[in-house]
Design a protein around this ligand. Structure first.
Ligand SMILES: [Cu+2]
Length: 191
């Protein structure tokens, strides 16, 4: 028990250190070069550091393939602003009661999609692309028509339980080798 307590304390200390580092200017040990630099013209004078506003994880240009009903998919570029890998483990949206995280793989020359084991990993300080023909957020049963320009709210849940909320925009897309439309059988069983 004592060992476990010590370990926990160590972890907590590490976490505390990490969050202090993330806040940058709040730690007296951190160099304040960024805050002192006059080049940051766009930052308000009172903002100590732009890093304070950067979320640990974000998504750029999120969009949803337009569809009348059935299946569709959401795409965008996941951005990791931290020094550790971040894993997206699940997704949710009012547009579809069931959502899966998919990948597209080459199965004997045929591109097929399937749930991605372990979710999407965004490398530390890196990005992870969600795009047609690759990883995507799969909407298994779209409940209403998605028109171009539609605003669709999404929530992604990360491995640690944190969430990333964003709004994806409806966009027509005809390309891609994989089929995001439901088969006839699935139509039949749907609803
Ligand atoms: Cu899919």
């Amino acid at each position: 028990m004592i060992v476990r307590r010590v370990l926990s304390a160590g972890l907590l200390a590490a976490l505390a250190t990490a969050s202090v580092s993330a806040c940058g200017a709040q730690s007296s040990e951190q160099p304040v070069g960024k805050a002192a630099a006059p080049a940051a013209a766009s930052a308000p004078a009172t903002a100590p550091a732009a890093a304070d506003a950067a979320p640990p994880v974000a998504i750029t240009d999120p969009w949803v393939k337009t569809t009348k009903k059935g299946m569709s998919a959401a795409f965008g570029t996941l951005v990791n602003n931290t020094d550790s890998d971040i894993t997206v483990v699940s997704g949710a949206s009012p547009l579809s009661p069931k959502i899966e995280l998919h990948e597209v793989v080459d199965a004997k020359g045929k591109m097929v999609m399937r749930p991605k084991e372990g979710g999407f990993v965004i490398p530390a300080r890196g990005t992870h692309q969600l795009q047609p023909g690759g990883d995507h957020i799969m909407l298994m049963g779209v409940t209403e028509e998605v028109k171009p320009g539609a605003q669709i709210p999404f929530t992604l849940t990360l491995k640690g339980g944190e969430t990333l909320e964003f709004t994806a925009v409806g966009k027509d897309f005809a390309g891609g080798k994989e089929d995001y439309q439901p088969g006839k059988d699935m139509n039949k069983s749907h609803g």
